[in-house]
Design a protein around this ligand. Sequence first.
Ligand SMILES: *Cc1c(COP(=O)(O)O)cnc(C)c1O
Length: 389
Amino acid sequence: MSMAEPTPDGRFGEFGGRFLPEALVPACLELESAFRSAWADPGFRAELDGLLRDYAGRPSPLTEAANLSERLGVRVLLKRDELNHTGSHKINNVLGQALLCRRMGKRRLVAETGAGQHGVATATAAALFGFECMVYMGEVDVERQAHNVFRMTLLGAEVRPVSSGARTLKDAVNEAMRDWVSSVTTTHFCLGSVMGPHPYPWMVRELQRVIGDEARRQCAELLDGGVPDAVVACVGGGSNAAGIFAGFVDTSARLVGVQPAGGAAIGRGLPGVVHGSKSMLLQDEHGQVSEAQSISAGLDYPGVGPEHAHLAAGGRAEYPSVVDAEVLEAFRLLSRTEGIIPALEPAHALAWVVREAGRDLPRGSTVVVNLCGRGDKDVAQVMALTHRS
Ligand SMILES: *Cc1c(COP(=O)(O)O)cnc(C)c1O
């Protein structure tokens, strides 16, 4: 299997597509054609590469985690995307979409956010480009993530609390889409992961593949032209995983997307349509979307990007899950052994490596872990959990 373009109607196998109200179809078609022409335009690519280098701080290093490797008996290489400006991989996608917004002659970004990381990244790009910015966020998340709400405000964005549904990420996506319907001539919807209607899953994966392309080159150098035995990333919507997988899908490396046990759409979900595309989705017995549950707000999404559903169905990638206690243990272990405090999201990827070292991941294997976010945002939460136990 490859990670090629989807079919003309945006499908990856039986997943993906474009399930939308009539009013949004022209906007998606406009976006698809704008992205296609931009992506083929060396001028656009050079400008994006320049921003990624000089503003976001790419390329991110591939760090040999020698202490952790010795402890586990497997060789762990960390792709350090937590060193990017704003602290995660989100900025890679957002800078690309901001450039695209300007190219389409629009001057306003709307975005959804759950934990607030994508909202902060979007507000950052809006400040840089001089765009207006509106971020939709469920009321529950506004309360839980007050710190990020204030960051967005500092950056000049307006944060609009969403009071419908469960008042979390799923509802924020709906509201952002509603805004887009009514403002499409001036506004670009800056979606934060490889989900939603075509072209988003494809476009966001292409904007994140810089992670995988860099890691592939860095591995070739470090491993004498070789590739790792496994490439491991956490999966919420699936953008950081899709980005790093894209660099290795044509190799012998195992691709492992680690889900939170309470949000394992691949495994515990069923096929269904949400937010404009078909994928695997957590649902109750009536087919209603159910809420995901995890220690990390950034992985609380009941669905998963359609291309991951496709890679899972074809057996090219695996999607195990880990429980919160394993995640906390991995969070502490990396901090202690390597002096790197990871975000709770990539701590899921690490937790799988820690659990499976010497088991599903044989001793002596080489594994690349996508360290897609830094832990600063999670320290207070882990502190509270530590004091409680
Ligand atoms: C948002 C976020 C995620 C989840 O999003 P994906 O699209 O699955 O990558 C994971 N890690 C971090 C650090 C995030 O900020």
